[in-house]
Design a protein. Structure first.
Length: 372
């Protein structure tokens, strides 16, 4: 792990030099983990488990007393320092011993208040350090997954799929979406998940037309779509899966919608290869769905990267357009959503290989009909 982190730091330092900054303040939790091994989690946006300050000559991890021992155990390459009052007051003290004139910060994580607090503390000691916003310096490194990272994602997927397979045995008409979600969560934990990647989605009937439905008191009925979206974290890495099933005999609408989504997913996966545009892959699935009479019924992007964060680069959508590269991991999740009836979404995870896409899932996509 130490060698892996050293390699990441070497790459980051090259990016830092290109940005014309002398160091980088890292506050994004996933980036902090990626660059140090420290797994402390931010409990909410305005609370932090700590920050990294990285320069050519220094590696510092600043945290509070709650995480001191954990940081020292996990981030062996870093000098760990703690603060009693606030990170903003500690940063000028740390920088005072470094040769940093311009400090980059992650503009997507630092709040306006945090920026002002740090600036004010720097002025108090007449520090010459200037703050400069940066974007995606670490995220651009995280976009290409190493073999150990892909193995961790596969393990996360295996846990998620085994628990779902168990849960299918107890699905029956009359139980609620919320009850079903809880049964899944219990099984995911028992199967070895460290935590959930995101709150489980269980959406029955017309509720399945809501891509991010919240499980409620609606009871599951035979013959209607039942959409699941779930995933777990394991050793820091996330999985993300969607499946749509039906109890008993589906209606003709379900059969047409399901087959369309199934074919669109297969066509998109078959199109993935190094160098192809992320937008082009999205278009293949989207154009097929539109041609089958469902234009405007697939509103979200085709997929997104998944790793230490549940949503990260690359994004496969009509908006984002980047060439896919070997080692990128993404979901492929077309869907069709018909208000008043319901929806179907099928989601697999793939990694880009030199010969095309490798599907990381083991769970069958086509098996959707459950016995009553």
């Amino acid at each position: 792990m130490v060698i892996l982190i050293e390699n990441r730091l070497a790459q980051l330092r090259k990016s830092i030099a290109k940005e014309n900054i002398d160091g980088l303040l890292v506050l994004v939790a996933e980036n902090r983990h990626y660059l140090s091994g420290f797994t402390g989690e931010d409990t909410q946006f305005d609370e932090s488990a700590g920050a990294l300050i990285i320069s050519d000559a220094n590696l510092t991890l600043a945290t509070d007393s709650r995480y001191e021992l954990q940081a020292k155990n996990e981030a062996s390459l870093y000098e760990v320092t703690t603060y009693k009052e606030s990170l903003a007051k500690k940063i000028p003290q740390i920088l005072d011993g470094m040769q940093i004139k311009t400090l980059g910060f992650e503009s997507n994580r630092i709040s306006y208040k945090q920026y002002n607090d740090i600036s004010r503390e720097l002025k108090k000691i007449d520090s010459p350090v200037k703050l400069k916003p940066t974007e995606n310096l670490v995220e651009n490194l995280r976009i290409i997954k190493t073999d150990p990272e892909i193995d961790a994602i596969k393990a996360s997927l295996s846990i998620a799929e085994s628990a779902f397979t168990d849960c299918l045995q107890i699905i029956r008409p009359g139980i609620t979406e919320r009850e079903n979600a809880w049964e899944m969560e219990k099984r995911l934990r028992e199967a070895g998940a460290d935590s959930l990647s995101f709150p489980i989605i269980v959406a029955a009937g017309s509720n399945s037309a809501l891509p991010h439905a919240i499980p409620g008191s609606r009871k599951i009925k035979a013959g209607e779509p039942l959409l699941f979206d779930w995933g777990v974290k394991f050793k820091g890495y996330c999985s993300d899966i969607s499946r749509t099933v039906v109890i008993g005999k589906p209606d003709k609408t379900f059969e047409k919608v399901f087959q369309t989504v199934f074919d669109a997913q297969r066509m998109a996966i078959d199109a993935v290869k190094p160098g192809i545009s992320s937008k082009a892959v999205d278009e293949i699935a989207r154009n097929y769905i539109n041609a089958r009479g469902f234009e405007g019924k697939f509103g979200h992007g085709l997929g997104h990267g998944t790793g230490l964060a549940i949503h990260e680069a690359p994004r496969l959508s009509p908006i984002k357009d980047i060439p896919l590269q070997i080692g990128m991991v993404s979901t492929i999740e077309p869907g069709i959503y018909l208000p008043g009836w319901g929806g179907v979404r099928l989601e697999n995870m793939i990694v880009v290989r030199k010969d095309g896409a490798e599907v990381l899932n083991g769970l069958d996509v086509a098996n959707y009909q459950l016995e009553i």
